[in-house]
Design a protein around this ligand. Structure first.
Ligand SMILES: Nc1ncnc2c1ncn2[C@@H]1O[C@H](COP(=O)(O)OP(=O)(O)OP(=O)(O)O)[C@@H](O)[C@H]1O
Ligand SMILES: [Mg+2]
Length: 273
């Protein structure tokens, strides 16, 4: 009897082990803006450690989906679960504090302060409810401040901007600003990183490096990454799975080689390239 129980236990553990670990789940997620349904009844799961691509034509609802996941806006209906817990009604600073960080399609850096200060503020911003609050947050203890500075410098080193740590962010070329935004998002020590068009504005060689860079930070920080990107070769080469949105609806979610050959995807998106 005991032997039978042990065998059943081992079998059930093996079954559990073979299932991917879900970190993020959307269930029938919908967001309306007046009469427009920007995200329409979308359901998907994101697995731990994967690079999950999100593609679709302009206006398909990709950024809106990021705004929902990060609590910048609430859903009209549906659910969002992070590590199995409902987050859809939580404000953005609470979601950030749980470990979900993002970059923005329209870069949001403080141009008049240094790269280093942007990364340091990033840590406060993510744990305060607004940018203004973040700026005026109660100063940390000196020890903590030194630690935060050291970590911020390490992040700048990692994104290749250490030599320009003291330079104002507005002097940076577009591609460098995108890397700086990633460093700022990483200052939160997130578990999930959402990247909204990180290759936009980058030159061809920067775009090529970006793939390696995303893989590097994924491995280094043990991250799960959700990537919105119009650069199809980059997405196809980098992502474990790809979700395709069109007019707010999820038209497919699968491995890159399957998505690439899906007629609905070709018609909605890839055919335009
Ligand atoms: N705050 C808002 N108020 C009203 N409409 C909005 C708002 N945010 C987004 N929309 C609309 O929702 C739709 C989806 O927009 P969204 O920015 O999510 O698209 P996207 O897939 O990110 O497009 P792109 O590739 O151009 O960035 C668009 O029609 C957009 O105009
Ligand atoms: Mg967008």
């Amino acid at each position: 009897m005991l032997a039978l129980q042990i065998i059943i236990r081992i079998m059930s553990e093996n079954i559990t082990d073979s299932q991917p670990n879900i970190v993020l789940e959307a269930k029938n997620l919908t967001r309306r803006f007046g009469g427009l349904v920007a995200v329409n009844n979308v359901s998907f799961t994101v697995y731990k450690d994967e690079i999950f691509g999100l593609i679709g034509p302009n206006g398909a609802g990709k950024t809106t989906l990021f705004n929902l996941i990060t609590g910048f806006i609430p859903p009209s209906s549906g659910n969002l679960l992070y590590q199995g817990k409902e987050i859809s009604q939580k404000p953005s600073h609470k979601i950030a504090a749980l470990g979900i960080a993002r970059t923005f399609q329209n870069i949001r850096l403080f141009g008049e302060i240094s790269a280093l200060e942007n990364v340091i503020i990033g840590r406060h911003l993510h744990t305060n409810s607004s940018m203004i609050k973040g700026l005026f947050a109660i100063p940390p203890a000196p020890d903590e401040e030194q630690k935060t500075k050291k970590e911020a410098l390490e992040l700048l080193e990692l994104v290749g901007l250490i030599d320009r740590a003291e330079e104002k962010a507005r002097n940076f070329a577009y591609g460098d600003q995108r890397r700086l935004e990633i460093a700022r998002a990483l200052a939160l020590k997130p578990k999930i990183l959402l990247l909204d068009e990180p290759a936009a504005g980058m030159n061809p060689s920067e775009k090529q490096e970006l793939s390696q860079f995303i893989n590097k930070i994924r491995n280094y920080f043990d991250l799960t990454i959700v990537l919105i990107e119009h650069n199809v070769p980059l997405v196809m080469g980098l992502c474990n799975r790809i979700a395709v949105l069109n007019f707010g609806e999820l038209i497919t979610l699968d491995k890159p080689e399957i998505v690439k050959n899906n007629p609905a995807v070709i018609e909605a998106y890839l055919g335009n390239e």
